[in-house]
Design a protein around this ligand. Structure first.
Ligand code: RTP
Ligand code: MG
Length: 161
């Protein structure tokens, strides 16, 4: 913790397919909250079968939920942008910026939130955020494997912010 009692964290943020056209607005929100984009990647999660996909691997904690199939279909329906964010208490900060899971609830209870502004419903809800230090580590590794390639680094270097 720094002298203000806050903790630098990293988190995995994702712009879901329904909000891809609002990427610019979402980046402005991230910037305004003093979170830094360390890594970013646009990709379409592959779909091999009904529940066999990169999206089902990513959301494996939800595989027994009734909404799982819909979630996997939706997450594979178009490009997503995955970002590693860094900042003070980034995990909670980004989840607060997202707002409640259900976009309709977000519009009632968290009006300026990303899901209130750009989400559609309870499944198509504009964005994802890691919910713990452990899931952030797993999810960052999912999109940005530390063993990947020997090419140019995909980590941004910031000399000033
Ligand atoms: P996320 O993991 O995407 O950041 O969202 P979350 O923590 O707010 O919500 P979670 O419970 O982890 O659910 C993961 C995603 O599944 C979809 N979902 N659909 N009843 C439904 O139709 C329903 N419930 C959840 C949403 O896309 C949710 O973000
Ligand atoms: Mg979640």
């Amino acid at each position: 913790a720094n002298k203000l009692g806050s903790k630098k964290e990293r988190t995995l943020a994702m712009v879901k397919p329904d909000a891809l056209s609002r990427l610019g607005d979402i980046l402005e929100t991230i910037h305004a909250a003093n979170l830094i984009v360390i890594k970013a990647k646009m990709t379409t999660l592959t779909l091999y079968g009904q529940t066999e996909s990169e999206a089902s691997d990513f959301y494996m904690e939800h595989q027994s939920k009734p909404f799982f199939s819909n979630l996997v279909q939706f997450m594979s329906s178009g490009p997503v942008v995955a970002m590693e964010l860094m900042g003070d208490e980034a995990i909670g900060a980004w989840r607060r910026l997202l707002g409640p899971t259900d976009s309709a609830t977000a519009r009632q209870e968290a009006q300026g939130s990303v899901r209130a502004r750009f989400g559609t419903d309870g499944t198509q809800n504009a964005g994802h955020g890691s919910d713990s230090v452990a899931s952030a580590a797993r999810e960052v590794e999912f999109f940005f494997p530390s063993t990947a390639g020997h090419g140019p680094s995909n980590t941004a270097q910031y000399t000033e912010c």
